[in-house]
Structure formats: structure tokens, C-alpha cells
Design a protein around this ligand. Structure first.
Ligand code: AKB
Length: 313
């Protein structure tokens, strides 16, 4: 029987992916882990406190639960990473190498590790960014994700580790807050709209970025992990696209439901990061090799979020 360990399970992606895995394979087949011990009661599956830099503890959990797959989500994101570059490098890289080494030693069946559009930079073609192109990330997060992609490809080629990865765009969800990303404005804006507050946007209008609604991100992840091994030709990380909009676009979408909503623009240091990232993504490799196709457009996402956040407030 497969047993899945999720690291960073209390984060924005982890919260929903862990729940989706529990629904898919059953609570007995999933172990959530996070550095935040207070997160334990959020999960219906087993929970372990784990600092992903602690390789021995990771190994102990893998052995104790008979783990066969790891979804290694713990990471420091782009904006937060710029405040502590060396620690971000250490955490993002060492934790990935801990997972890859344990996968090699223990011959784990599959590893999932998220990359990001942050691997791209100012030299990258900005519109319909290809799978393979110039990659010159300007953030420490982006540098760590690009290096991580190469390590994943290396462990697959040299040791046969079945590690799979997606370059997520900005992920938008209403269930768990993102932390420290450049795309977080596209989550915060919905909360402000429902509270009747004017939204102070930290990116300028006209800043187009690739984005994705969380249910599509979960679907992409599970579809990639379910795909037959021989279909997975990209062993660094797959481009996946869904939405592309600027702050004005998401604001106009919300105004269709909340006409009195107001936005103000106060760009900060995150503007430079956003300017270095693509506007939109060419995801033809993911579509051809494992059937990727998003479901939500901007307005269906907005209406879904506003309906569900309203219920929760
Ligand atoms: C961030 O903004 O840092 C993340 C990402 C695009 O990887 N959401």
C-alpha cells in the first residue's frame, strides 16, 4: 500500500493538497507534516511535527509510517525570501536534497516537488513563455527553484528517482492564506472586497502574471502524479498555464459582483519581482504528455471564491 508524506502541509497549497490526497487515497494512507505543531488539528490524517532541515527526523517519520511517496511542499516564497536570502537558500535547497537523498536510499516510489514561474527572469520571453528558454531568476527563491529543478532532473537521470514537478503560477485560494509571495495580492483582494474595504494593491495596474485557481492546481498535481512514468518526459518541471491577468483585470471581475469595490495602487519592492516574471505560459508539453487542461477562467473563479468566502465570514 502507498503511504504519502506531505511536508509543509499547513501552507496554502499543503492545506488543500493534503485534504485532496486524503479524499483520494484515504486518511490512513496520508501523513501530514509541518513545522507548526499547532496545525495538527486541521488534519483528519496522521500529523507529525517536522522541520524539513532535520534529515534524521524526516527519516524517522518515513520509517515509522512506512512512507512510499513524499510531496515536499515546504519552502520560503519569493517576497519573504528576499528578506533572508541565505536562510531561504538553505531551507529550499537542503530540504529538497534531504528528500531526494532519502528517496534514493530508501527507493521511495514517487516524489512530488513544486517549482514556480519564479525560475524565469528578465531575459525570458514574457508572453507564452516556452518550456525551455532563457532562465535568469532575480530572486533567491527563483534561484533555489531553478537549482532544485536541475537536482530533480539529476536524481531522475542518475539514480532513477521518479520525481515529478510543476512550475506553479500564482495560486489563488480562499481556504488557506498564502505567505510571502509576490502573487498574494490576488488572494488578499477578495478578502478586502468582502469586508467592504478599499484594496491597497502592492502591484501596479498593467502587471500581468500567470495565475491559477487552487482546484486547478490540485487537479494538475494529482494528474501529473497519476500519469504513467513513461509519459513524463520533462524531469525538471512542467510549465502549466491557466489564467493571465493584471490587478485591474481581477478588480473588474470582482466589481461585476461588488460594484462599489475600490482599489488603490501602492507598488512596493514586489513590483520589481513581478516585472521579471512572465505574463503568460506555454504549457503545451503538459497538455500533450499528461493531458493538462484547466477548468476555471477569471470570472468563474471570482464567483466561486466570493460565494464560498461569504459563507465562511
Ligand atoms: C510567489 O509569488 O512567490 C509564489 C510563486 C509564483 O511561486 N506564489
Amino acid at each position: 500500500m502507498e503511504k504519502i508524506l506531505v511536508t509543509g502541509a499547513a501552507g496554502q497549497l499543503g492545506t488543500e493538497l493534503t485534504q485532496a490526497l486524503v479524499e483520494k487515497v484515504g486518511a490512513q494512507a496520508v501523513v501530514a507534516s509541518d513545522i507548526n505543531e499547532r496545525a495538527a488539528d486541521r488534519f483528519t490524517c496522521a500529523f507529525e511535527v517536522l522541520d524539513v532541515l532535520d534529515r534524521d527526523r524526516m527519516e524517522e517519520i518515513i520509517d515509522a509510517h512506512g512512507v512510499t511517496q513524499v510531496y515536499h511542499l515546504a519552502a520560503i516564497l519569493s517576497a519573504a525570501g528576499e528578506k533572508n536570502p541565505l536562510f531561504t537558500w538553505d531551507l529550499n535547497m537542503k530540504s529538497l536534497l534531504n528528500v531526494l537523498e532519502l528517496a534514493r536510499e530508501k527507493q521511495l516510489n514517487k516524489i512530488y516537488w513544486p517549482s514556480s514561474i519564479a525560475v524565469f527572469g528578465p531575459g525570458t520571453p514574457m508572453v507564452n513563455t516556452p518550456q525551455d528558454c532563457v532562465m535568469d531568476p532575480t530572486t533567491v527563491y527563483g534561484i533555489s527553484k531553478l537549482a532544485g529543478e536541475r537536482w530533480c532532473a539529476y536524481y531522475n537521470k542518475v539514480y532513477g528517482v521518479d520525481v515529478r514537478s510543476i512550475r506553479y503560477p500564482g495560486l489563488i485560494s480562499y481556504k488557506a492564506a498564502p505567505g510571502g509571495g509576490t502573487t498574494d495580492y490576488a488572494v488578499e483582494i477578495y478578502h478586502a472586497a468582502l469586508k467592504g474595504e478599499t484594496f491597497p494593491c502592492f502591484l501596479e495596474k498593467g502587471t500581468y502574471l500567470p495565475m491559477m485557481y487552487m482546484p486547478d492546481a490540485i487537479k494538475a498535481t494529482l494528474d501529473l502524479m497519476d500519469a504513467p512514468e513513461e509519459n513524463i518526459k520533462v524531469r525538471s518541471s512542467y510549465n502549466v498555464g491557466a489564467l493571465s491577468f493584471d490587478p485591474e483585470g481581477i478588480y473588474e471581475s470582482i466589481k461585476k459582483y461588488i460594484p462599489e469595490f475600490e482599489i488603490e495602487y501602492h507598488p512596493d519592492f514586489r513590483q520589481d519581482i513581478a516585472n521579471s516574471w512572465p505574463d503568460s505560459i506555454d504549457d503545451s508539453a503538459a497538455r500533450e504528455q499528461w493531458g493538462w487542461e484547466p477548468e476555471y477562467d477569471l470570472d468563474t473563479m471570482t464567483s466561486h471564491i466570493l460565494d464560498n468566502l461569504k459563507v465562511e465570514k
